[in-house]
Design a protein around this ligand. Sequence first.
Ligand code: FAD
Length: 396
Amino acid sequence: SGAKVVVVGGGYGGATAAKYVRLFSDHGIDVTLIEPNAAFVSCPISNLVIGGHKTMADITTPYDNLSKRHGVKVVRDMVASIDPGKRTVKLASGGELPYDRLIVSPGIDFMMDTLPGMAKPGAADKVLHAWKAGPQTLALRQQLEAMPDGGVYALSIPLAPYRCPPGPYERACMVASYFKKAKPKSKVVIFDANDDITSKKGLFMKAWDEHYKGMIDYRPKHKVVDVDAATNTLKFEFNDDFKAGVANVIPNMRAGDIAVKTGLATANARWCEVDFLTFESKAHKNIHVLGDSIQIAPAMPKSGHMANQHGKTCAAAVVSLLQGKEAPSLPIYANTCYSFVTAEDVVHVASVHRYDAEKKTMLPVTGAGGLSPAANELEGRYALAWARNIWADTLA
Ligand code: FAD
């Protein structure tokens, strides 16, 4: 029988890798994708659901095409453990699968031990992160709808690196756009653990001034160290406690649990170091790690756009390795992160990253990429087209 590839996680990295291993091997390599969710729910565009401008259906795509068109075996389950020596994965439901090469793209998990109050019964259902699109996206929307006019929505941002650097500032815009329309006396307070806005600063500040004057209060250097979910109170390292109407706390992040548990998170037990030519783990042979779980190269964001390109680079390498050929060399990636500042107006940041053979890492290409001159409606259309295209490239 043919070689076997198992993929852990059907997100931007894993679903892309599964599809492209099938395509690049002319359907010669057997691919099994293991994913607990019934359908793919996109984080990109999910802030528009929170703002009331899109629905959950708009950001949901079924996995059917991966199996029907590409012959990927999609198994709805969780990988409970990986045995790198035996080259097997154990499923939560009890089964075991062998692999020749394993691709691990479990996204992020939260370092909940850094917020002790969140362990109290019910706390995690009340103070939401909504940083994995799905039930929490809708639940946060419902909390905002239930909040009386004049209430305060508090958003806390963890220290970088975290998934999607501009995402929190986009979320603040989307919540403010809802308040402007439906609850004009309400306020958005952003508590940022970082020293400053880490992405598209000038563009976001301009949008806050133009569209949401007096509504958004940005407070840098505010590191949340605990949460009292019963009273929606944020506790800080150095500042006074803050009680919110809706508290939206984005906790510190690390590689997905399964990666950490398997010993793949070699950088501070937090992120997984890989060889950028193949995405093979530096800890275990025959295991490749992609997407948000990896220790990023300089200036490389944790984005869906990046994870999609990791998926293709890794798929090409895995196919070559299984066919006894050399991996294709010198990958180049582009990244564009669009952010909605109103329901229609969008800003972007773009960059290009090239493999540096001497430094053995991906480096940003000088002079490539850039920022929008100002938020505009044309980029709003580009942003929605970007989303449709990347969902098709990943899943169709
Ligand atoms: P994910 O896409 O999260 O996929 C991980 C998958 O693994 C999940 O489906 C999960 O169920 C599965 N999984 C986890 N553990 C297991 C296990 N043990 N067994 C089986 N399956 C498992 N990026 C952009 O490029 N553009 C944007 O505009 C953008 N906007 C964003 C807005 C928000 C609000 C957020 C939160 C993120 C945004 N991102 C954006 C970032 C983007 O969502 C992530 O970078 C991307 O999802 C990373 O892909 P991934 O494959 O690493 O993880």
